[in-house]
Design a protein around this ligand. Structure first.
Ligand SMILES: [Zn+2]
Length: 368
């Protein structure tokens, strides 16, 4: 996945278990190498996959939500369940499935179980960012902390904001500042659906009423701004911010995201599952925005398989992507958006020796 490089035949890498020591073709390396050799056979490997947006704490809600009826119906069906009462078996099953399908790193969002989720991800062997999500209208005291400052062998913690309509501006700004001070990425759901558009712009609508009753409606309405314009006005869009979804974005919103260097994580199958419409994928990708993919939770997707996410996007998209552009969305671009490029995203010396095998049914789609 080096820039401009295409497929390398007879590829080999030497590693010590934690770090890549050398890469090249097997015919050039074998003469000066002695040690155990694993021949993977006739396969195509890519850097280990990165799922830039998932909520593993919702793993017990598979099949418990309605599909294709829009956001309000979906969230209503979600909230009929014990949403944040996590089930360890379901989470471990989700983690095993992710690892088996080639995902080596995930950005997990947890609203109530951040420390527990960190422990489970750490035990599974997956690399991770464990985002502790801030939500609500409570203005934080100065110096408040938003995530445990704990570093794991393959993971770190960081703060995330839930969304513009549910989390007050002061809280979003404070979490973003804490992440920046700790040199961590910041993640936020942004411009996901028309309900959010209406709340941010006018402060009205049935979803606004639902949030008001729950006491978490943000006072960001009646300014006539789009969600992207509103979040930009708070000063939290930059190269270390990852904006999730971006379904309802105009051309001027896309320009703001591009000009500020904000990273975008598309979750195409989740948007389709809920019935929220489709992000302007082509415009976002063509704008030069660093764009990656995430599955979102199993409560709004059929599985957490990144190959399936990429396959869905490629079959629906109406622009021609090179194989490198397409694969970057589930590898290199995710690593950049999560500030983990030093270890993930490409098979280069000094990085983690983790890779995924391209499923045979996708070879034509990716390399034709
Ligand atoms: Zn999400």
């Amino acid at each position: 996945m080096k820039s401009g490089e295409s497929l390398i035949h007879d590829f080999a890498l030497i590693h010590n278990g934690t770090e890549i020591l050398e890469t090249g073709t097997w015919s050039s390396i074998k003469n000066h190498f002695s040690g155990d050799v694993t021949d993977l056979g006739d396969v195509t490997i890519v850097p280990g996959l990165i799922n830039a947006h998932v909520h593993l704490e919702l793993s017990h809600l598979e099949g418990k939500t309605v599909q294709g009826q829009g956001f309000l119906s979906w969230i209503t069906s979600l909230l009929k369940n014990p949403t944040y009462k996590i089930e360890t078996d379901a989470i471990n099953k989700a983690l095993s499935g992710m690892l088996e399908s080639g995902t080596v790193f995930c950005a997990d969002i947890s609203t109530c179980n951040c420390s527990k989720m960190s422990e489970l991800m750490n035990e599974s062997g997956i690399g991770f960012y464990s985002f502790c999500e801030a939500i609500g209208q409570k203005i934080p005291k100065s110096g408040a902390s938003f995530f445990p400052d704990k570093v794991y062998p393959r993971g770190k913690t960081a703060g995330a904001g839930h969304a513009p309509h549910s989390t007050c501006g002061e809280l979003l700004i404070a979490v973003k500042k804490a992440d920046s001070a700790a040199k961590r990425p910041f993640s936020i759901h942004l411009a996901e659906n028309e309900e959010e558009d209406e709340i941010v712009g006018q402060g009205t609508g049935p979803f606004a009423e639902m949030l008001r009753k729950a006491g978490i409606l943000s006072d960001c309405g009646s300014k006539g701004l789009s969600p992207v314009e509103y979040i930009h006005s708070l000063g939290i869009l930059d190269e270390s911010t990852l904006a999730i979804h971006c379904v309802k974005v105009s051309e001027s919103d896309i320009k703001i995201l591009a000009d500020t260097g904000t990273n975008v994580c598309l979750c195409p199958r989740s948007n389709e599952f809920i019935g929220e419409g489709r992000a302007p994928w082509e415009k976002i990708i063509n704008s030069g925005i660093n764009t990656c993919l995430g599955t979102d939770s199993i409560a709004s997707n059929h599985d957490l398989n990144m190959w399936n996410e990429l396959e869905y996007l490629l079959k629906e998209i109406h622009i021609k992507l090179t194989s490198q552009q397409a694969l970057s969305m589930i590898t290199k671009n995710g690593a950049k958006s999560l500030m983990i490029e030093d270890l993930y995203g490409s098979l280069e010396v000094g990085k983690r020796p983790v890779f995924a095998t391209v499923p045979s049914h996708l070879k034509n789609l990716l390399f034709q």
